[in-house]
Design a protein. Structure first.
Length: 125
């Protein structure tokens, strides 16, 4: 007779160990959500050049530049990047060819026609 909880399947001892039986599947309790959530977000993200550039921007330019600028618009391969200030916009304009090459290495060749830098990041955040 299996009337004692410590003997019955899924009883007292199983619950104390953190093992639950649900629909015949034993689980070890809560699991981290970061990886599945990242996969869902990646799958749900718009499949546009701008979305790809926004994802690639920190890798292409580095964290310091990414903190002060962000791709905000794209039309026909011409990408507008908003910067915190005119000084940042001017500096990135000088680095334009380098940044374009790095971005194309990530998102694919011949997808960008130009990079345009503006000093209006606060308007976009």
């Amino acid at each position: 007779v299996l009337c004692r909880p410590e003997i019955s399947e899924g009883g007292y001892r199983a619950r104390r160990r953190g093992v639950r039986k649900s629909a015949g599947i034993a689980t070890d309790g809560p699991r981290k959500l970061a990886k599945p959530l990242a996969r869902v977000l990646r799958d749900q993200a718009p499949k546009t050049l701008l979305a790809e550039l926004q994802t690639a921007w920190p890798e292409a330019c580095g964290e310091a530049i990414a903190a002060a600028s962000e791709p905000v618009a794209e039309r026909g391969g011409k990408v507008t990047i908003a910067c915190e200030s005119g000084a940042w916009a001017q500096e990135l304009e000088l680095m334009g060819d380098l940044l374009r090459g790095r971005l194309e290495a990530i998102v694919g060749e011949n997808r960008l026609t130009a990079l345009r830098f503006t000093a209006d990041l606060s308007r976009h955040r």
